[in-house]
Design a protein around this ligand. Structure first.
Ligand SMILES: *[C@@H]1O[C@H](CO)[C@@H](O)[C@H](O)[C@H]1NC(C)=O
Length: 348
């Protein structure tokens, strides 16, 4: 019985010693891994040698990649790994390269072109294990192609391609107005900065309609930007945004043509004045031009007033005479009566 126990213990001890001489899976440093079949193994026999290799994108910096299992433990791993460098990219003619972080594995290079040049190729290159992941792009001079033809217009210069910054000028046929810019500039991305204009005929309708009266401004036909000022007759009020109108490219007046509304407020004073004036000037209407005539209006008015005064004076005299006559007659009667009365008094 005791022998059996000893034997078992011995076997256990032997097994333990044997196992102590093997090594478990070794752990490497940063950015490295076991190389080859060793990745799949879990235990390694005494004196077994394994090698580490730097991960993708990394390269051996210093030390040895190999370690050995020695009496149950691995010798010290001296290998260190560093990121691979892709190296600086060559200069880009008419452009520039910007590195956001650097030129090592995982970094990016962004290529841009000077104004007037457009990029042909990849704008962003990545630093990979095998180097930059593409060819360096180029910066080509921007070219614009012939712009579109416009109905009733010509443009100069007319050619197949235009360099960056070159200007094309349109010209509308006589009598037509350009809607949009006449000048287009060849810009970035090989496109003109603006769409070509259109040529339109502008003709606004007669704005002096209804009760409106013409004050000043353009005469028909009303072309682009013709302007007219209108007003309403007396005792009418202008209803609308403005009395000054402008003919727009769309052949419409801006703002809209106003209208005249009868003034509702009862302003009686000016009316009375008007009536009086009319009445007093009527006798002299044939002599003097209307008071609205600015030339010599003052003197005519003076003459008119003089005549009026004369007429009034005559009327006054006539009235005065009539009144006097009546009064004197009445006084005669009164006198007679008084005399009668006196006579009666004397008699009694
Ligand atoms: C002028 O151009 C503008 C904008 O393109 C457009 O809305 C308008 O209708 C054009 N007017 C005319 C008269 O063609």
């Amino acid at each position: 019985m005791a022998e059996t126990v000893v034997l078992l213990l011995s076997i256990f001890a032997f097994v333990t010693i044997t196992q102590g001489q093997s090594c478990s899976k070794p752990v490497g440093g940063e950015n490295m891994d076991l190389k080859g079949d060793a990745i799949l193994q879990t235990t390694f026999a005494d004196q077994a040698t394994v090698s580490f290799a730097c991960n993708t994108g990394y390269i051996r910096d210093t030390g040895s990649p190999s370690i050995t299992c020695n009496a149950g433990s691995w010798t010290t791993l001296t290998l260190t790994c560093k990121k691979k460098s892709c190296g600086a990219l060559p200069d880009v003619d008419k452009g520039r390269v910007d590195y956001q972080d650097g030129i090592s594995f995982g970094d990016k290079a962004v290529i841009s072109c000077n104004p007037g040049y457009s990029l042909v190729g990849k704008k962003v290159l990545n630093c990979m294990d095998q180097g930059w992941d593409g060819r360096l792009p180029t910066c080509d001079a921007v070219m614009c192609v012939t712009p579109d033809d416009v109905k009733d217009a010509t443009f100069t210069p007319n050619k197949e391609s235009y360099i960056y910054g070159e200007v094309v000028k349109y010209k509308c046929s006589a009598g037509l107005i350009n809607n949009g810019s006449l000048a287009l500039t060849c810009s970035d991305e090989g496109k003109f900065d603006l769409p070509p204009p259109t040529c339109v005929s502008v003709n606004c309708e007669e704005p002096v309609t209804g009760l409106l009266e013409y004050v000043e401004g353009s005469r028909p036909p009303y072309g682009y930007q013709a302007s007219v000022r209108v007003k309403c007759p007396p005792s009418y009020t202008l209803e609308g945004q403005s009395s000054s109108l402008l003919c727009t490219i769309d052949s419409k007046w801006s703002p809209e043509i106003p209208t005249c509304k009868k003034t509702t407020t009862s302003v009686t004073t000016p009316k009375t004045t008007t009536t009086t004036t009319t009445t007093t000037t009527t006798p002299s209407a044939s002599v003097s031009p209307g008071p609205t005539d600015p030339r010599g209006g003052g003197s005519s008015l003076g003459i008119g007033l003089g005549i009026t005064a004369g007429v009034l004076s005559l009327c006054g005299l006539a009235l005065g005479y009539m009144f006097y006559k009546k009064k004197s007659t009445r006084r005669t009667n009164t006198d007679k009566e008084t005399a009668k009365d006196e006579e009666n008094v004397r008699l009694s």
